[in-house]
Design a protein around this ligand. Structure first.
Ligand SMILES: N[C@@H](CCC(=O)N[C@@H](CS)C(=O)NCC(=O)O)C(=O)O
Length: 207
């Protein structure tokens, strides 16, 4: 059997620790009980030093036997296929899960990340606020009526959506109690806590 290897940087500054996207893959492996190892590429010189593995110099990327892929969403789908703890076995449940994974990346994170960058860069008027509000309000309506995104149970879609939404500035933006309850519930899972602890320890070791 091949060994799952999750690749991340050898070190990152304090700020992003606990939020580097290798966490999504660590968390998925912890949820599914999939053994994995970690590999690192140098943070210094990241713009050019591992472009063969990740064409934008970013992390994470994953290797699993002959499978070598980048993009946290693609890696997460690869892992989800290995365990019904992450992906429902029935076709409808699987389709719902994939739909929400794409929504997390392409409808939500697509807005949250640039909004967050503008916020931390101190932009006076964040021109993305209206767009962000409408996306988060849409999710709030969803979470008022359901506990999980797909198949009435925890799936990899919840893992990803909660990871996208747990950024402190987003949680503090507006009052969306159903979304807050959802994020708190999903990130209270032991597998999430273990993944965060492991990531923090991994980068701390390199200090
Ligand atoms: N769409 C990519 C985004 C990856 C990404 O933004 N990675 C961050 C760490 S969480 C990174 O490598 N940042 C360093 C950089 O962009 O130079 C994915 O989901 O894998």
């Amino acid at each position: 059997m091949s060994v799952i290897k999750i690749w991340t940087y050898d070190w990152v500054p304090e700020g992003p620790r606990g939020f580097v996207r290798d966490l999504r893959l660590r968390w998925a492996c912890e949820e599914a009980g999939l053994p994995y190892t970690m590999g690192s590429v140098r943070f210094e010189g990241r713009e050019t030093n591992h472009l063969a593995q990740q064409p934008f110099g970013q992390v994470p990327f994953l290797s699993d036997g002959e499978v070598e892929i980048f993009e946290s969403g693609a890696c997460l789908l690869h892992l989800a296929r290995k365990s019904d703890r992450l992906m429902p076995a029935d076709a409808i449940g699987e389709a719902q899960m994939v739909q929400w994974i794409i929504a997390a990346l392409n409808s939500i994170e697509m807005v949250t990340v640039p909004w967050w960058f503008l916020e931390i860069s101190g932009a006076k008027d964040n021109g993305l606020t209206g767009w962000l509000t409408s996306r988060l309000d849409g999710l709030e309506t969803i979470f008022k009526n359901r506990e999980w995104l797909a198949a009435d149970r925890f799936t990899a879609a919840d893992l990803l959506m909660a990871d996208v939404l747990r950024v402190p500035k987003l949680r503090a933006f507006g009052d969306r109690p159903a979304t807050e309850r959802y994020v708190a519930r999903v990130t209270d899972r032991p597998a999430f806590r273990k993944a965060v602890e492991d990531q923090l320890a991994y980068f701390a070791k390199a200090d």
